[in-house]
Write a protein that binds this ligand. Sequence first.
Ligand code: RFL
Length: 388
Amino acid sequence: MVILGAGPAGLVLGNLLLRAGIDCAVLERSGRDDVQNRARAGFLAANTVRILARNGLDEGLRRNGQEHGVCEFRTDDGRFRLDYGRLGSGDPHTVYPQHELVTDLLARFLDVGGRIRFDTEAVAVSGADGPTPSVTVREADGRTGRWRARYVAACDGRHGAGRRSVPTGAVRRYHRDHGVSWLGLLAEAPPSLDAVGYALHPRGYAGHMARSAEITRYYLQCPRDARADAWSDERVWDELDVRMRAPEYGPLVRGRLVRRSVVDLASDVLEPLRHGALFLVGDAAALISPSAAKGANLAVLEAEILGQALAAALRRGDRAALDGYSDRCLAHIWRAQEFSHWMIGLLHEPPGPEGASPFEARLRRSRIRALRDSPTQQDWFAESYVGI
Ligand code: RFL
């Protein structure tokens, strides 16, 4: 069994396979330091925490993860808070930075004898629909090689070799460019509020998400062609203050901005998530905009579904779960896409060449008021926000 990519999907899958006594190797394009320092997600759903716990992968998370169950919306109508951890299914998020989770998963994988090749880029998967699938790789020094495997799990993200290797016509790609971009910022600053902050402002959306007691993630909606380094730190903080309405609700705690990147909000889903012996998992299977913090959670869920299905096939010769992998995951993926899409509509003025449509803007205001006032709407939000 060969796994491409050592992100959350690849490392959860690798750990599960080793636990089930299945030999596997992980091929990772980057070096170990890069893999362990890639700051991305932070909000883990309750189901993700349960998956990690039942597979013995939650030690660091139990020690350092912080429960989080409140979000605050700020609009020109005022502000309101949703105690979502007590609504819906009654589950909070756990805040645990993705790079720390990856570091834990990697340490565990190596501890139990897992094989991983860093600086080894998968170039292509061949023969996935025949009897001898293989992966062509390129090492850091330029040498190429070939790995043979019974099955290949593409956990190598949206630009990986897994996706590229599926022949045209074998899968259908559903794609949506949401037409909105965010400047994603990581600040060496304590959180400014004890909630996820969503600010809806005529100048654009701004978001606030705790990562730890010292690190906070912020987002600023920005023009599509914006450069991440175009603004000084001071200008970024001033803009965040304006959109988060600091004069009314208190100033943000400022600090050095240590990471910046522009994220174009886009989504896509491939169907089916399998081509012969090649399985697509995590971002390789479906890209989801970060508006509802679902990507890493889907990656972990899909890795568990595939891990169990492979164990049944390889240990007991029962291929039913493997045959059902794609449909089972797609049901979760589309549910998450639907909620994520709803969140994009909630947080942003509708994009368009003539600017916001006044009709759409009124709909958006009505949507946010329903969320503020309707307990049924709040329960639905909480269930969709934390669950998948
Ligand atoms: P990853 O994490 O991208 O890992 C893929 C790994 O594959 C390697 N790779 C290759 N290896 C070998 N050969 C090749 N040809 C290769 N090509 C790539 C890469 O080096 C990498 O190590 O995919 P995975 O495992 O599917 O995990 C997906 C998640 O990382 C992603 O969905 C989340 O980060 C999305 N996301 C969030 N998800 C959440 O659940 N909650 C959040 O709060 C959240 N916040 C975010 C996010 C994504 C963001 N960005 C970067 C768009 C915030 C942001 C800003």
